[in-house]
Design a protein. Sequence first.
Lengths: 309, 253
Amino acid sequence: MSVDILIKIENLKKSFQGGLEALKGVNLEIQRGEILALLGPNGAGKTTLINAICGIVLPTSGSITVDGYDVVKDYRRTRSMIGLVPQELNLEAFEKVFQNVSYTRGLYGKKKDPAFIEKILRDLSLWDKKDSKLRELSGGMKKRALIAKALSHEPKILFLDEPTAGVDINLRRDMWRAVRELKEKGVTIILTTHYIEEAEAISDRVSVINNGEIIITDNKNDLMQKMGQKNLTIEFQEPFNEIPSSLGTYNLKMNNNISLTYTYDSQGSSTGITALLQDIKSAGLKLKDLNSSQTSLETIFEKLLEESA
Amino acid sequence: MNWTGIIAIYLHEMDRMRRTTVQSIFSPVISSSLYFVVFGAAIGSRIPVIEDISYGSFIVPGMIMLALLTQSVSNASSGIFFPKFLGTINEIYAAPLSTTEIVIGFVGAATTKSIILGSLILATGLFFVEIYIMHPFAMILMLVLTSLTFSLLGFLIGMLSTNWEELSIFPTLILSPLVFLGGSLYSINWLPEFWQNVSLVNPVLYLVSGFRWSFYEMADVSITTSLTMIFTFLILNITAIIYIFSKGFKIKD
């Protein structure tokens, strides 16, 4: 099946006036209908990349197309397709919620549609705050207001820049649910985050950016399988002081005097588990329990960053 | 053209004016009224009539022009600087709006505010002094063109300013002296010849003179010169805005 590319970024570079080279030749293809998590530490270039796609910063060189249209030459078409939830809670202080969300819809050239705005506000549990001034909202509510604004013009692509930074667990779950619902409606979603669990929980693909360069872009599950190692925790019935010498060839680590962790490559043709268990038996140790776990995306992410440093 | 987008910015800005009526409308109207009372009624009664016009009547066009220039710059510069300061400007940059559309929205609102303000000061003046307008069309033309030109200048200042201090440098250090020395409260004919010539370098003089001519046919320079000057400022401002937007200078880094 051919992949339907919605956003294509080619050799994108961005240098700021102060001399900072925020993007150093980014190549990235974003597929229609997917949720892509853009992972990277602070200052990696995530926000600059998003802002370049959305038209907030001008690229120094390279190209970005959205649905085949260039974001600089055909900015009206591309920007009409995009909704952006920015990282900062920057909102007009004295405007009311309903009015401000309607204002954003107007900026995108869409006719007034109070019923649609009402639906968005209700979906985001903001309807009872519709007449509140934006400055009276809590941080979490402001975040919801920003999401409402981004959705007000019915975008086909939604950028969420650190959507759950500083929000409580309930709102985070609400947002994840909202993101999944949008995906079901066919909206392509790109979210930046440094909460790896967020990427792990909701994304289809993961792209890791560091120092202005994309290190890897891959299907989340493939990435975890490729890069991930598995751990087998083995608990024994009786304590021991050191790993028996007959087990010296295995990648074992003592957790305490009653359990060991065996790390193995899940991609390998042979995991070595059968041989290990036989050697444990031969060494006279009696098993109590076995537990296997996959390396988290967080560990993979750290490993990738270390490799790229 | 994204007319809906332009109207959204325009109404958003007009709403900001509604929320700050005291600051943007009442305050300049009250200041002007005080000038009418002090210079028109109190001091003005001791100043001889000028070509059959009392001093109180004489200063009305100058007072309106003074308010138009300062308030157009102040309204338009803060109109664009606030979203920059708050960071809300990004949603305008991310919207499918051209540079021209953004300028029309912001400057259109600032110009409207200035026209409303100028009209209110004129109406207020009627309570204090005798006013007649001999060339209403020219008066309206000057009112609109001055409001538009200085709103464009204010927009430019707001765009280029990176902090509050820069925002206030031009109005305080350049515009205010030019306005007060531009013949808003006197005719340059009252000055020694040397200072008359110096005054001719002041662009504000041409605006005040042209505006006063539309009221009383009384001018320091001809109305044609005044209109030529205002059109020149207008074109200069538009060119400067097009240039800085095309370069993205201090705007989209």
